[in-house]
Design a protein around this ligand. Structure first.
Ligand code: 13P
Ligand code: SF4
Length: 481
């Protein structure tokens, strides 16, 4: 594992250098992701870093609102996330619409939004704060000024008490990770470590904060041992912070207040996904097709390739899955289809294989391991993930960009050349539409009746989708595309 991480970190650093990118990671990220980052910090530090960077691209390893904040502060930069599903459930507890309704009930009352909110909610707010500056920001308003605070009831309560703003209307949201830390957790940890300093994040409930010696943001907690000579600390926040504290201060003891305090969203980001996020941006727009279709350079592709494009749109029906939009063409609908590759060769084993796989999965077998161990199971396609029978043999439509250099083709590499691919479709996915061969074949797959000449023209068009930089790169290495 350590070796794998070392290789992946090196690859990520290489990609970041190549793309003039900066990698920012939140303090709760997996340790190996933090180690690959240029800068690790709390929400405020990360936002400041994003605003100040002169990199072209920001790879943000954190949750969605943090990356969105980086984009607000650096609108001219591209911001990527390893996994865009990593959201913050607390941020989702307030919507712009619901906030507008509350504002309508309290006209003219300023809104203070915690940074853990969507851009739409921030746009409805007057000021934004983070856990490290919330008391200071609220204290700038006159004490008797009514305020609305969204979305964290625990942080709102903490700010109300610390700033003396009694008339604060606080939204009823909470972070499930911190809200679940109980006073009993602190009491139990203290019994085991009576001399420990208790540090807590202000998203914890008031009863927990009352038992804490220090209330601070994630970075505030990380800095505390620099000036505090204590040898042990109890840490009431997401468990990832303890890993970081242990690496920063190897001679001291750090214990988690609650093992339940795990933020699954923060942990969705991995080194592999960070690498993939960079790779997904490597879409070139300088193929002969682009120069012809979008750049209006009539000489950029051959007459054969132009006729091939007509077939692509018409008789070949390729465009129904390899889609083209008005101003861009990624050549994929990002959907799953059974086009008769792989699945045909495992017939008539499919009923047995699928039933066995379904049983193994229900009793806890790892999908990845089972699929890797048996190529026949991998031919079951998306079924291996969903176990929906209508997804047997279905695979995601791949992009066609740079396709001249990405062979062999299909999930199993069974089609060696572009001509083989076109012939496969021309034959109607091999089964020629016979449902007894492949009952799950996608509806649009049926014989195309293309002539040899038309097949050649379609291949010429597909070849025109490859950027000259990749054709040349392959040739330089001595490999033939
Ligand atoms: P910090 O701003 O302290 O890093 O906190 C962000 C967060 O999401 C805590 O759960
Ligand atoms: Fe949101 Fe809580 Fe996770 Fe922080 S720890 S990102 S507040 S769910």
């Amino acid at each position: 594992m350590a070796d794998r991480f070392a290789q992946e970190k090196a690859e990520l650093r290489r990609l970041a250098g190549e793309r003039n990118a900066v990698i920012l990671a939140h303090n709760y990220q997996r340790l190996e992701v933090q180690e690959a980052a240029d800068f690790v910090g709390d929400s405020l530090e990360l936002a400041r870093h994003a605003a100040a960077t002169d990199a072209d691209l920001i790879l943000f390893c954190g949750v969605h609102f943090m990356a969105e904040t980086a984009h607000i502060l650096a609108p001219q930069k591209t911001v990527l996330m390893p996994d865009t599903r990593s959201g913050c459930p607390m941020a989702d507890m307030v919507t712009a619409e619901a906030l507008r309704a509350l504002k309508a009930k309290h006209p003219g009352v300023p809104v203070v939004a915690y940074v853990n909110t969507s851009a739409a909610v921030k746009a409805e707010s007057d000021v934004c704060c983070t856990s490290s500056n919330c008391v200071e920001i609220v204290a700038r308003f006159p004490r008797d000024q009514e305020l609305i605070f969204v979305p964290d009831r625990n942080l709102g309560d903490y700010v109300r008490r610390r700033s003396g703003h009694e008339s604060m209307i606080v939204w009823d949201g909470y972070c499930h990770v911190h809200d679940d830390i109980r006073p009993d957790d602190i009491v139990a940890a203290r019994e085991l470590h009576p001399d420990a300093v208790v540090m807590a994040h202000p998203e914890c409930p008031h009863e927990v904060l009352e038992l804490a010696d220090v209330v601070a943001s994630t970075s505030g907690m990380l800095r505390r041992p620099e000036t505090d000579p204590a040898t042990s600390f109890i840490v009431a926040t997401e468990v990832g912070l303890v890993d970081r504290l242990k690496t920063l201060y190897p001679g001291r003891t750090f214990v988690v207040a609650s093992r339940r305090a795990y933020c699954p969203n923060m942990k969705l980001n991995t080194l592999e996904k960070a690498i993939a996020a960079f790779e997904r941006t490597l879409v070139s727009g300088d193929s002969p097709f682009d120069r012809w279709y979008f750049g209006h350079d009539n000489q950029a592709i051959s007459a054969d390739a132009k006729r091939g494009f007509e077939i692509f749109l018409g008789q070949g029906r390729c465009v129904s899955c390899h889609t083209i939009e008005q101003d861009r063409a990624l050549f994929t609908d990002n959907r799953f289809h059974n086009i008769g590759v792989g699945i045909n060769k495992i017939q008539p084993d499919v009923p047995r294989l699928s039933a066995e796989f379904q049983k193994a999965k229900a009793s806890g077998a790892s999908v990845d391991k089972t699929v890797l161990a048996d190529p026949k199971v991998s031919d079951l396609g998306r079924f291996a993930v969903t176990t929906h029978f209508d997804e047997i043999g279905a695979f995601k439509t791949s992009t066609l960009r740079n396709i001249a250099v990405t062979g062999p083709y299909m999930h199993d590499g069974s089609l060696k050349t572009l001509r083989d691919v076109v012939k496969h479709y021309n034959d109607g996915g091999k089964s020629a539409g016979d449902p007894s061969v492949n009952p799950y074949l996608s509806g649009g797959i049926r014989p195309l009746n293309l002539t040899e000449q038309q097949i050649n023209e379609l291949v010429a068009f597909l070849e025109a989708l490859t950027s000259p930089q990749y054709v040349n790169a392959k040739t330089k290495d001595g490999a033939t595309p």
